[in-house]
Design a protein around this ligand. Structure first.
Ligand SMILES: [Zn+2]
Length: 274
């Protein structure tokens, strides 16, 4: 029997990561953080394969989308790397995955989580879908749901897990650190975090038959708050976006895939005003 797993890995929720410089290419601390990220990806791969997965895809899902040290990734996995790509942090799910593991994820913008943001902290103050506040895990979890894939495992800080686990009943959460501020935390060591992620990934495989994909039933409406009036001016250029107030905009969509693609387009546009 085949069991295909997508491991989508970000960096802000990785154990030991708490400073913006650890997430930015070109900073020396980033080189250590991307090695920890690579180790957590490997832990999830090993756990999934031990637990019965027959195929593992890893989606490198932070910033440039090329952070993982490929020469150190478990050779039994295949890595999706580089950008832009249509399904962003969830690319690979269209290949018929049975479940998704979200590793190193973080809490949504305007929460008390470590390095909390939603897609792009420069661009967006908050994102709502059908009135519900959504972070990256919610948005991309609902996108995975459109492809029939449930979320089986989540790792990140305590704030991330508290806001996200209720969306995915039956999923296992691994708390890699406890938030003590935007750039402060009480963290597990990388070694301990990897051990817990590996064990949880192994256990999560046996629970997949009981999981249901997370879906938001349409019609869908996305409301977003831009970080500045200038960004809202820019975002208003895209047809389909309706300006509600100085910084608030909204648009309608038929699918979560459309919402994610519009948000990623706006995020890319925002680089013009950096
Ligand atoms: Zn990230």
């Amino acid at each position: 029997m085949s069991l295909k797993i997508l491991v989508s890995i970000d960096i802000e929720g990785v154990a030991g990561v708490m400073h913006p410089e650890q997430t930015r290419g070109g900073c020396s601390e980033y080189e250590r953080a991307r090695a920890w990220m690579t180790d957590e990806a490997n832990a999830a791969i090993r756990g999934a394969l031990t637990g019965g997965a027959t195929q593992v895809l890893v989606n490198d899902a932070h910033g440039s989308f090329h952070n993982l040290l490929l020469e150190r990734i478990d050779e039994r996995a295949r890595v999706i790397t580089g950008k832009p790509r249509t399904l962003g942090m969830m690319a690979g799910v269209e290949q018929g995955c049975d479940a998704v593991c979200m590793i190193g994820y973080h809490a949504s913008a305007q929460t008390a989580g470590v390095l909390a943001h939603t897609i792009n902290s420069f661009a967006f103050r908050r994102v709502r879908v059908n009135g519900r506040e959504m972070g990256e895990a919610g948005l991309y979890g609902a996108l995975a749901g459109e492809f029939g894939a449930p979320v089986a495992l989540l790792s990140g800080d305590d704030v991330f897990l508290a806001e996200t686990l209720p969306l995915f009943p039956g999923a296992i959460g691994v708390e890699t650190k406890c938030a003590q501020g935007y750039a402060a935390c009480a963290s597990l060591t990388p070694t301990r975090a990897c051990r817990e992620i590996q064990q949880a990934a192994q256990t999560a495989m046996s629970r997949i038959p009981d999981l249901r994909p997370f879906t938001i039933t349409g019609p869908l409406e996305c409301e977003l708050t831009a970080q500045t009036p200038g960004l809202a001016d820019l975002f208003s250029q895209l047809p389909g976006l309706e300006r509600m107030s100085v910084c608030a905009l909204r648009f309608r969509a038929d699918t979560m895939q459309s919402i994610v693609r519009v948000l990623n387009t706006l995020s890319a546009m925002s680089f013009m005003l950096r």
